[in-house]
Write a protein that binds this ligand. Structure first.
Ligand SMILES: C[S@@+](CC[C@H](N)C(=O)[O-])C[C@H]1O[C@@H](n2cnc3c(N)ncnc32)[C@H](O)[C@@H]1O
Length: 342
């Protein structure tokens, strides 16, 4: 089942998978839009029934097969996200919600009676508190410089931003051991006097006109600006990427999700796989995959994508970019994730 695309009803397949054997699940199920998309039917008599009778048993299986460090991202939109979130809380526990990601999709609407819908929602839940999470940082760009106005340190020749190193409400959180005089100012500081001396000596303090210190944060020592849960920078599927499969998702989006919630070599599963975007994103980020969808058209598209991707994988983090031998990657004997019979 590892590195395979299985054509079947996903509930049948999920039930055959061993517990705790999958590291990350991304699903992009029907949204409950009451439309027939040709490639799949998204007509339901009732949204709560769609969530509770169709999605719920599948999510219960997803929870069972996830490893201790595992998590799931459920892609949905305003049509059913409110019901899905409550259902996810009931299966995973409300305290296992990691993030509600808002992905700006661009949008249009024919009605003048409401605003354009221009985002999808991606709900991330973990199985335990020890889930895998790799934050993503963006380089400090023009926007960061405009907002934070970093200064140049003449001694180190590096940009830094600064923040307060004293408590602005010392009476609310009293820390008498952190109260001392520094540079003529008696305050409740955020660090001990000893640490303050070290920071001063290491040129990590900057002083206001009145002599109040602030701590310097050198940009070259920080990883960049961590991305937030509002994603405006990934556009919807563009012409060059379109594969004639309804509601296909952009590879860039799924790659980002997989990179954040799993590690290289992990097993990523998508049981509403469609054209197999998750499989291609997994290959490109050096993960294993299991794809399931009941529509054979999805597998046909994926098989073609897979053949085209095989020759093009670029190993990340090498100085000289080189083409990886995908065959070697897949030759490693996959651990079985199928339950033993009996
Ligand atoms: C929104 S599409 C997924 C698109 C996919 N993310 C992509 O990028 O191509 C939803 C998919 O769920 C599949 N599906 C719906 N019900 C299913 C079921 N019971 N078992 C397996 N697949 C199902 C449909 O065939 C459809 O391909």
């Amino acid at each position: 089942m590892k590195n395979e695309y299985i054509v079947d009803d996903n509930l049948n397949v999920l039930r055959q998978i061993k517990g705790c054997s999958v590291d990350f699940v991304y699903i992009d199920p029907p949204f409950g839009k009451n439309r027939d998309f040709d490639d799949f039917d998204d007509r339901w008599n009732d949204i709560p029934l769609f969530v509770n009778e169709f999605l719920h048993p599948r999510i219960k299986e997803v929870h069972r097969i996830l490893s201790r460090k595992g998590s799931v991202c459920v892609h949905c939109d305003i049509s059913a996200s409110h019901y899905i979130k409550v259902m996810m809380d009931s299966v995973f526990g409300y305290n296992k919600l990691i993030n509600e990601i808002i992905w700006k999709t661009g949008g249009n609407s024919k009605t003048k009676k409401k605003m354009y819908k221009s985002h999808d929602t991606i709900l991330a839940y973990s199985k335990t508190a020890e889930y895998t999470f790799n934050p993503i940082y963006k380089p400090y760009g023009e926007e960061y410089f405009k907002k934070n106005n970093p200064k140049m340190c003449e001694i180190r020749n590096e940009y830094y931003s600064s923040c307060a190193i004293h408590n602005s409400q010392p009476e609310v959180v009293k820390r008498p051991n952190l109260r001392y005089e520094w540079n003529g100012h008696f305050k409740q500081w955020l660090v001990s006097e000893e640490k303050m001396k070290y920071l001063h000596k290491d040129n990590r303090l900057t002083y206001s006109k009145t002599g109040i210190p602030r701590i310097k944060r050198y940009l070259n020592e920080m990883e960049g600006v961590p991305i937030t849960d509002v994603w405006l920078d990934i556009s919807t599927i563009q012409n060059g990427e379109k594969l004639d499969y309804a509601t296909q998702k952009p590879i860039k989006l799924v790659e980002r999700i997989i990179s954040m919630f799993s590690n290289e070599g992990d097993l990523v599963l998508d049981c509403f796989a469609g054209s197999g975007t998750t499989g291609i994103a997994a290959i490109r980020t050096r993960r294993n995959f299991t794809l399931i969808d009941k529509n054979i058209k999805g597998k046909k598209i994926f098989d073609k994508r897979f053949r085209e991707t095989k020759g093009k994988i670029v190993v990340k983090n090498t100085k000289k970019k080189k083409v990886d031998k995908v065959s070697a990657f897949f030759q490693a004997k996959p651990r079985s994730i199928i339950k033993k019979k009996g």
